[in-house]
Design a protein around this ligand. Structure first.
Ligand code: RB5
Length: 144
């Protein structure tokens, strides 16, 4: 599976820790930047990653800023992006099971790399629950 990752400076350190972890797990990781801890604008990187995922160049996307808030807002501006800001194991599970999230947002200043790696693993391996209720809701999101 190909995973696109992107961050601003607030998520840069976390991104740099997660990339080797994901590659060691066998994922094909595409790093869309940023490339240093120098200050950049999170909307640029949220949009870049969302367009990559929605365009079919990666199956999933992981975006990081200081809190995960700004970059998740940015990612969700792209039609077809379902970017979930996750702060617990249960949220990581439900992001896949109920929301069929194709992107995950994490806070580089609020989340340890250990927690982040575990949440990504839960999100990637939890199947969508499906069923009429969740399928209808995801379809409604797709129309927006
Ligand atoms: C950048 O300082 C910070 O505002 C950004 O990384 C993010 O937390 C915004 O939501």
């Amino acid at each position: 599976m190909r995973i696109a990752v992107a961050s601003d400076h607030g998520g840069y350190d976390l991104k740099e820790k997660l990339i080797p972890h994901l590659r060691n797990q066998g994922y094909d990781v595409v790093d869309l930047g940023t490339d240093s801890a120098a200050s950049v604008d999170y909307p640029v990187f949220g949009k870049k990653c969302a367009e990559y995922v929605v365009g079919g160049e990666a199956e999933r996307g992981v975006v990081m800023c200081g809190t995960g808030i700004g970059i998740s807002i940015a990612a969700n501006k792209t039609k077809g992006a379902r970017c979930a800001l996750v702060t617990s194991d249960e949220m990581a599970r439900l992001a896949s099971a109920h929301n069929k999230a194709n992107m995950l947002a994490l806070g580089g200043r609020t989340t340890s790399s250990t927690d982040a790696a575990r949440w990504i693993g839960i999100w990637l391996t939890t199947p969508f629950d499906g069923g009429e209720r969740h399928t209808r809701r995801v379809a409604l999101l797709s129309e927006m």
